[in-house]
Design a protein around this ligand. Structure first.
Ligand code: ATP
Ligand code: MG
Length: 284
């Protein structure tokens, strides 16, 4: 016999190697004994990891990644903005998120007219209406911040995640594709993922009809990109060519780990009460 599903779940959370989980035992007593032994060994390792994290003035990997990206984008001439987490129903409707849209069902409503943002785009559109009027074109901005969507939780989806949204409006039509690819390359190479290792795929999107997705070598969607002029521009009275890229910070962390041969689920690299610095906390 082998370890029970509960035992496998527990050992996986604690970071057991795949070969530890495959062992075969003559009876349940010996399986339980082996489980205890591995659990004790992993507990010790995790407790060392947590003590080291606390001793060394550490920061979450996500925080370090966000800072690296902010610095790189600012050096590249983009300006950072911070917008509210709460968005109005009116702004969401302008994104085509009406009662019929699939994404609408994923929105966390606070009351009849206000929700937690499921994306950064409506706020950035809103700002750009003013910025395009005031400043010379192109206007190049980005935001990094939390978004929330109701998801049927999985290894790649969290209800809370962090989006990096880069938008540049007032470009020349013919420059849009090259600019999209250059910005995707900048983000990936800033954090150490070779652009060439990723795939660029055409996808259909509920919001932008067709988008180009950036997909990791493991097949994980890292970003969706969009271009305008676009039908969604009309309610904002925006009529200049633009590009936009939305990356998931946690997905980037997962891809970075995968590149080092480590398979992790989203929970390990997200805001958490169960992990600190990637180390599982509820250990004996
Ligand atoms: P997916 O197809 O993986 O569900 P999506 O196409 O619905 O993602 P987008 O609206 O394109 O997501 O959001 C831009 C990026 O934000 C995604 O490419 C992904 O990296 C990240 N992202 C979106 N939803 C989540 C989530 N629930 N948890 C973690 N990251 C997410
Ligand atoms: Mg997408």
């Amino acid at each position: 016999m082998q370890f029970s599903n509960d035992q496998i779940k527990r050992l996986t959370e604690m970071g057991a190697a795949p070969e530890d989980l495959e062992e075969v035992f003559p009876d349940s007593a010996s399986a339980n004994k082996a489980f205890q032994k591995i659990e004790t060994r992993l507990s010790r390792k995790l407790s060392e990891g947590i003590k080291n994290y606390l001793k060394n003035g550490s920061r979450p990997e996500g925080a370090i990644l966000k800072e690296k990206l902010s610095v790189a984008l600012c050096d590249f001439g983009f300006s950072e903005v911070e917008t509210p987490l709460i968005v109005s129903k009116k702004l969401l409707e302008r994104m085509g998120l009406d009662d019929e849209s699939a994404l609408t069902k994923q929105i966390f409503w606070l009351d009849a007219n206000r929700a937690i943002r499921p994306m950064l785009a409506p706020n950035l559109y809103y700002l750009l209406v003013d910025l395009l009027r005031i400043a010379p074109h192109p206007v190049s901005i980005f935001e990094i911040g939390p978004c929330m969507r109701k998801e049927s939780q999985g290894a790649r989806h969290g209800e809370e995640f962090t989006m990096l949204n880069i938008v540049e409006m007032g470009l020349k039509m013919e420059d849009r594709m090259a600019r999209t690819l250059a910005l995707a390359r900048l983000v990936l190479e800033t954090i150490g993922i070779p652009f060439e290792s990723c795939k660029v795929e055409e996808e259909s999107s509920t919001v932008y009809s067709t988008t180009l997705d950036i997909v990791s070598p493991q097949g994980l969607e890292l970003a969706s990109t969009a271009m305008g002029p676009h039908p969604l521009d009309a309610p904002w009275r925006i009529d200049v060519p633009w590009v936009g890229l939305g990356f998931g910070i946690e997905r980037l962390l997962m891809a970075l780990k995968a590149q080092k041969g480590e398979t992790v689920n989203l929970a390990k690299v997200s805001r958490s009460l169960s992990y600190l610095g990637g180390f599982r906390l509820n250990i004996s």
